[in-house]
Design a protein around this ligand. Structure first.
Ligand code: ATP
Ligand code: MG
Length: 562
């Protein structure tokens, strides 16, 4: 299948098109997403997932989910499960192609023996420090290890004994025999096996030697008959080694292609740093809504469709760059606007008594669930004598451009009536209650005499409202690039106000029917979702993103600047 009618174009698709033309892989397109199960996935991984699974979809090919579990010390089953859940949630499927690099350990060992037999690998007794000292620099060639010329027989014997557990961690390694003067440092006899007496999450204690990334990765791709092995730019310098291993073993050889990793402003993306935040208690676990893990974003209310769209729109390039966090939010609003049911809620409630509305009377108004989606229908919103509105929608002494409620002023209560404020009741200097009246002739929100009001505000009937806790999130860091200052720990830039908890919010009763992770809009306030910590007694709501589109503003400014 060709991709000519697909709008997405990029250099990777150009390469694939060319390969299809020349029949390099007999018309196949087979990619993989290869996470190491040493942490939770983040939005950077989502870019790679969307790219790899997306290519398979666009070209009618296949994409494997493969755990690159070659390092037993940092890997855990919990991470495997979370990764599976996250890739699925993003909307991708690997059928029966779920693989583990650890399942290839036997085959990888055989390949290593083959290299030894071909005089292309040797057992070295130097320790890590000595190896690095012999390595040379970019301008200076390295030195050969004194153990480099061991016989094949001795190497086979030692390698087997490494595997059998005769040596301690670090006592010996297996190295490829390439060229200690190679201009590319990765080619200077890289280590391919190390001794590590550690229990592996899958293979248990079967192995005490573990393959190094560069050795293992190409073999995994080759075994799975991957066609295009897509990775991030840091691996560009490793490609000669990827190719050397596969060429020298004379096995099936995929093409490694590098693209720029995703960086986002005001956040950190590396699993190591995210782990530091989680373990240090700076955030509330891997699914804290402030961090850019997929599980954090899910809990915050981000939608898979929006993440996929974001990844598509940022595209793939060969140069590293920084994407504005506001752009992610812009993509989020785009999707949430189309898909979210609307509700009303007063996050900082102010009591309003409608003096001319009877105490025991309840009216119901028909409210639109989603103006962007007529099929979503309507809901009923109860109205009674005592309401809550948003504190911010009233000012006792309003400045010129404040059009919302004020003493003596008339505004519209969304879906209901025109309301006029008669009096503000104060306690200790704060306004605690408003006494108002409605105009019964404006039922439904329009005046028969054609008179207009300058604003519409949201409200909740006090007798019917549900109490809720609402968590408002701000950026986790105060600077665009928290990793950018070399001498400063990124944690120094943590935003102390990244979480604001509002505990006595009053929300519309219809919210009762929502489940954890359900997304919705509070009219005039933003997009929200139900937090999984919600219980029967305590409704917890997360704000995903506000309504105001700062990205659109940035773009406008940029256009004006042009
Ligand atoms: P981190 O640096 O966050 O620890 P990693 O690259 O070590 O990430 P892996 O589990 O090895 O994490 O990554 C799996 C795949 O995801 C790799 O192919 C990797 O290139 C890709 N990937 C990781 N981070 C990003 C990113 N920021 N942008 C795009 N792709 C990424
Ligand atoms: Mg990694």
């Amino acid at each position: 299948m060709d991709s000519t009618n697909n709008i997405t174009r990029d250099f990777i698709r150009d390469i694939i098109d060319e390969d299809l033309k020349t029949n390099k892989y007999k018309g196949r397109v087979h990619t993989r997403f290869p996470p190491e199960p040493n942490g939770y996935l983040h939005i950077g991984h989502a870019k790679s997932i969307c790219l790899n699974f997306g290519l398979a979809e666009d070209y009618g090919g296949l994409c494997n989910l493969r755990f690159d579990d070659t390092n037993p010390s940092k890997e855990e089953e919990e991470y495997v499960q979370s990764i599976i859940e996250d890739v699925r949630w993003l909307g991708f499927d690997w059928d029966d192609r779920l693989f583990f690099a650890s399942d290839y350990f036997d085959q990888m060992y055989k390949y290593a023996v083959q290299l030894v037999k071909d005089k292309k690998a040797y057992v070295d007794d130097l320790n890590a420090k000595e190896i690095s000292e012999c390595r040379g620099t970019l301008t200076k060639p390295g030195r050969n290890s004194p153990y480099r010329d061991r016989s094949v027989k001795e190497n086979l014997d030692l390698f087997e004994r490494m595997k059998a557990g005769e040596f301690a961690d670090g006592e010996k390694v297996l190295r490829a025999k390439i060229d200690m003067a190679h201009p590319n440092l990765n080619m200077r006899d890289p280590v391919i096996y190390r001794i590590l007496h550690a229990t592996h999450h899958r293979s248990g204690d079967k192995w005490c030697i573990y393959p190094m990334y560069d050795w293992a990765h190409g073999l995994e791709d080759s075994i799975e008959k991957i066609t295009h092995s897509i990775c991030t730019l840091e691996f560009e310098n490793h490609r000669p080694l990827y190719d050397w291993f596969l060429d020298n073993l004379d096995v099936y050889h995929p093409q490694q292609i590098e693209f720029a990793r995703l960086n986002l402003t005001y956040t950190v993306m590396s699993k190591r740093m995210l782990l530091e935040l989680v373990e240090g208690g700076y955030v509330d676990g891997w699914d804290d809504p402030r961090i850019p893990t997929i599980s954090g974003m899910r809990r915050r209310g981000h939608s898979p469709a929006a993440i996929r769209n974001f990844c598509k729109r940022i595209g793939v390039a060969k140069v590293n760059s920084m994407v504005d966090f506001e752009f992610l939010e812009h993509c989020m609003r785009d999707d949430l606007n189309k898909t979210s049911p609307r509700f009303m809620g007063a996050l900082r409630p102010l009591k309003v008594v409608i003096e001319n509305f009877p105490e025991d009377k309840v009216e119901e108004f028909e409210a639109i669930i989603n103006p962007e989606d007529p099929k979503a229908g309507t809901r009923k919103v109860p109205f009674s004598r005592v309401l809550y509105i948003e504190q911010g929608d009233f000012m006792e002494d309003p400045p010129k451009k404040f059009y919302r409620l004020a003493p003596g002023r008339e505004v519209r209560l969304r879906y209901a009536y025109f309301v006029t404020c008669k009096e503000a009741i104060k306690k200790d200097g704060d306004v605690v209650e408003l006494r108002c009246t409605i105009d019964p002739a404006t039922r439904g929100g329009y005046a028969p005499d054609g008179r207009r009001v300058k604003s519409t505000i949201h409200w909740v009937s006090a007798a019917h409202a549900i109490d809720a806790e609402v968590r408002l999130y701000d950026r986790l860091f105060t600077v665009e690039d928290p990793m950018g200052k070399k001498d400063t720990d990124f944690k120094e830039f943590l935003n102390p106000n990244s979480l604001e908890m509002l505990t006595s919010c009053k929300v519309e009763p219809a919210l009762q029917n929502l489940k954890p992770f359900d997304r919705f809009q509070f009219e005039r306030l933003g997009y929200f979702c139900i937090d999984p910590n919600t219980t029967e007694e305590n409704l917890v709501i997360n704000r995903t993103v506000g309504l105001r589109d700062t990205w659109a503003k940035i773009q406008k400014k940029q256009q004006i600047g042009k």
